[in-house]
Design a protein around this ligand. Structure first.
Ligand code: IDP
Ligand code: MG
Length: 156
């Protein structure tokens, strides 16, 4: 089981498409185990995106992410990190494939609707940046019996 950090960026919140994006993850069988609307501070945006510091788009990125509230989510499932990245699509809305979130909902390369952790290490780090202890709740889901095949003793 993996838990990944998803951020619905200011454009997704302002455009009123949070529900449709969340539904895609729920429809897939992933579980939302943390969720809150928040205004990202300059410091938090800088820490979150520190790997991009110095790049041409960095100042614009930090400005965008702090310009209006975001919805942060912890999303859980077997292979959730890769599954979510694939569902998000390529970074640029102009290039993202149809069927992906970025491919279906946007055309912009910087206003690309969604962030998702790109590795297990990044997920742990980023979940720790955005959620306090107790804000991510790993609760059993009734429907998991029909989401995963556990007949071999191991959910898959
Ligand atoms: P990712 O979000 O698909 O992981 P990254 O390369 O990690 O993509 O870039 C982080 C974010 O920075 C992107 O989601 C996008 O909002 C922005 N970004 C990346 N490259 C560019 C660019 O060339 N122009 C404008 N914005 C960019
Ligand atoms: Mg990235």
């Amino acid at each position: 089981m993996e838990t990944t950090l998803i951020i619905l960026k200011p454009d997704a919140v302002q455009r009123g498409i949070m529900g449709r994006i969340i539904s895609r993850f729920e429809d897939k069988g992933l579980q939302v185990v943390g969720c809150k609307l928040m205004q990202i501070s300059q410091d938090l945006a800088a820490t979150h995106y520190e790997a991009h510091k110095g790049k041409g788009f960095y100042n614009g990125l930090v400005g965008f992410m702090t310009s209006s509230p975001v919805l942060v989510m912890a999303v859980r499932g077997i292979g959730a990190i890769t599954i979510c990245r694939n569902m998000m699509g390529a970074t640029f809305g102009s290039k993202a494939a149809p069927g992906t979130i970025r491919g279906d909902f946007g055309v912009s390369n910087s206003y690309n609707l969604i962030h998702g952790s790109d590795s297990p290490e990044a997920a742990v780090r980023e979940l720790g940046l955005f959620f306090k202890a107790g804000e991510v709740i790993e609760f059993p889901r009734q429907g998991d019996r029909w989401i995963y095949d556990s007949s071999s003793g191991k959910a898959e």
